[in-house]
Ligand binder design. Structure first.
Ligand code: MRU
Length: 342
């Protein structure tokens, strides 16, 4: 069964509510940019490429609703929607790349009617391209996966996060389709359990053998030689190869290096941001402490407990064995490699 995380329905967008998985498959039909912005903030739709796609649809939907026939007035109203979408989640570059593309299309348009049609076309194009990129990068990445490998993955970098095939999970699915005998160790991914809820759900659907572990068990399994490689997705890769991804990724990269196993990042080039020189410059989303003190709404800490909740961390490029993109696999020196694939 192919997973449809996002579907465009001409005057609304349909998303699979990821906060309800795996217990319920609930679809939401959203027809205005404000409700899409809320869905992004609440992680009903999540994952770097998926956020870019729904962000683009949100801008297209807001354009369709603007009544001004005069271009300047139309663009001023559109800018309000764009600012709202841009303020949802700061880390993933895909969102800002999609916004940039939509903005350019809006500004280049002749008249309001033509701009509205062009914005819808562009959003549909961003969606189709994103799906295709994950198929291509998965084919490249599968070359790195050998028969009988046990692969550790973190968070969810599958079809839910990307549409299409997935990035880290796309590589895993492709290796399985090539007939390789593989197993997956999936980290639960606290605080919001994307691994336990979403990766486990996708792997089960794809019939790929997997075992769920808590994040803190990774060192135990890696040090015992039970993991052949780690593969994760990315939210933003900068010019020197430093990579922001789900909190806990950096820990896994250090563990991989210490224990001599490869650490792979799989991401489309839409996740690469060459405007930043190093990972220190990546804005890291800080989410509500309640996501740490509570699990699915149930309090697990004494009342009044202080908590911190950075959603992402940055893995320095020296820990990354290779970055898998749709345009090929790159290794150190990343500065050169990144210029080559973008
Ligand atoms: O907070 P999330 O669930 O949106 O975080 C997602 C991740 O960190 C993914 O690994 C990343 O976006 C890559 S998805 C292909």
């Amino acid at each position: 069964m192919s997973i449809k995380a996002i579907e465009w329905l001409d005057d609304r967008v349909k998303i699979l509510d990821q906060t309800r998985l795996p217990r319920k498959e609930v679809y939401l039909e959203l027809s205005d940019y404000q409700s899409i912005a809320s869905a992004i903030v609440e992680l009903k739709i999540r994952g770097a490429p998926a956020i870019g796609i729904v962000g683009a649809y949100a801008i297209a939907l807001s354009a369709l609703k603007i009544e001004s026939a005069q271009k300047d007035e139309f663009l001023a109203k559109l800018r309000i929607a764009i600012q709202t979408i841009a303020a949802t989640r700061p880390t993933a570059s895909n969102l800002f790349l999609a916004i940039d593309r939509m903005q350019k299309v809006a500004e280049a348009g002749e008249d309001v009617k033509q701009i509205k049609a062009a914005l819808v076309n562009e959003a549909v194009k961003i969606h189709a391209e994103a799906a295709e990129l994950t198929r291509r990068l998965s084919r490249h990445g599968a070359e790195l996966i050998k028969d009988d490998f046990t692969i550790l993955t973190h968070c969810n970098a599958g079809a839910l996060a990307t549409t299409g095939y997935g990035t880290a999970l796309g590589v895993i699915k492709q290796a399985k389709e090539q007939g390789k005998n593989i197993k997956v160790l999936a980290t639960e991914t606290r605080p919001l359990l994307q691994g336990a809820r979403l990766t486990a759900w996708e792997l089960k659907q794809a019939n790929i053998p997997f075992t769920l572990i808590t994040d803190s068990m990774a060192g135990y399994f890696i040090s015992r030689g039970e993991v052949d490689c780690v593969i994760v997705g990315a939210d933003r890769i900068v010019a020197n190869g430093d990579t922001a991804n789900k909190i806990g990724t950096y820990t896994l990269a250090v563990l991989a290096k210490e224990n001599g196993i490869p650490f792979y990042v799989a991401a489309p080039t839409t996740t690469i941001d060459t405007s930043l020189a190093s990972g220190d410059e990546i804005p890291i989303e800080q989410r509500s402490p309640a996501e740490v003190t509570h699990i699915q709404g149930v309090s697990i800490a004494p009342e009044g407990t202080q908590a911190r909740n950075p959603a992402f961390d940055v893995t320095p490029h020296r820990y990354i064995t290779a970055i898998i993109t749709e345009n090929g696999i790159i290794t150190e020196p990343y500065g050169e490699g990144i210029k080559g694939v973008v």
